[in-house]
Design a binder for this molecule. Structure first.
Ligand code: HEC
Length: 165
């Protein structure tokens, strides 16, 4: 009786850990993935692989349909020269006023740690994904450098105070 109770408890603990530290372990074994440390389930404070982002490159990756394709789900006022902004995710025009780069990094690398139900893709992960297209198998959608470039761009997204609705 006692041992069954213990087993059940062990199961719960193991399940709780799956989304956390074990992922970092998996990633370290996969050459193309940068290792990283998730803090408090909301942020990755250190730049991936110590890389510095470039906002101009980040903007190109953000809009590129075969890279970030972020506009498919997010509206961005500053990018209105591009057509077709999706509304599945929240508008990002002022996101830098409300979010730190560390929080953005986790959102991009593995948003399911923040919200297990999210439909936002994990852009720097290869394990535990479903319905991955053949050409992306074993490769993250965005490299460590590309993630940092996009963060550098997203950090520029702030609306002037008086223009806020
Ligand atoms: C398939 C749709 C989809 C795509 C593509 C997508 N996102 Fe998201 N994103 C979402 C949804 C939905 C949320 C809302 C939060 C949640 O579900 O947890 C979100 C949340 C966010 C947030 C947090 C915003 C906030 O105010 O909390 C950021 C930042 C973000 N996305 C950035 C990006 C960037 C950058 C890209 C491109 C690399 C991207 N997203 C691509 C759907 C998407």
């Amino acid at each position: 009786m006692k041992s069954i109770a213990k087993l059940a408890l062990g199961g719960v603990i193991a399940a709780g850990l799956v989304a956390g530290p074990t992922l970092a372990g998996d990633n370290m074994k996969t050459a193309k993935l940068a290792s990283y440390k998730v803090v408090d389930d909301i942020a990755i404070p250190e730049p991936l692989a110590g890389k510095k982002g470039d906002p101009a490159r980040g903007e190109k990756l953000f809009v590129a349909r075969k890279k970030g394709n972020c506009l498919a789900c997010h509206k961005v006022e500053q990018l209105k020269q591009h057509l077709f902004h999706g509304e599945i995710g929240p508008e990002l025009s002022d996101v830098a006023s409300n979010m730190t780069p560390a929080e953005m990094r986790l959102r991009l690398v593995d948003p399911k740690i923040v919200n297990p139900e999210t439909i936002m893709p994990s852009f720097h992960k290869v394990k535990g994904l479903h319905r991955v297209m053949k050409k992306f198998k074993g490769k993250p959608v965005l490299s460590a450098q590309e993630i940092e470039d996009i963060i550098a761009f997203v950090q520029t997204l702030k609306m002037p105070k008086q223009a806020k609705k």
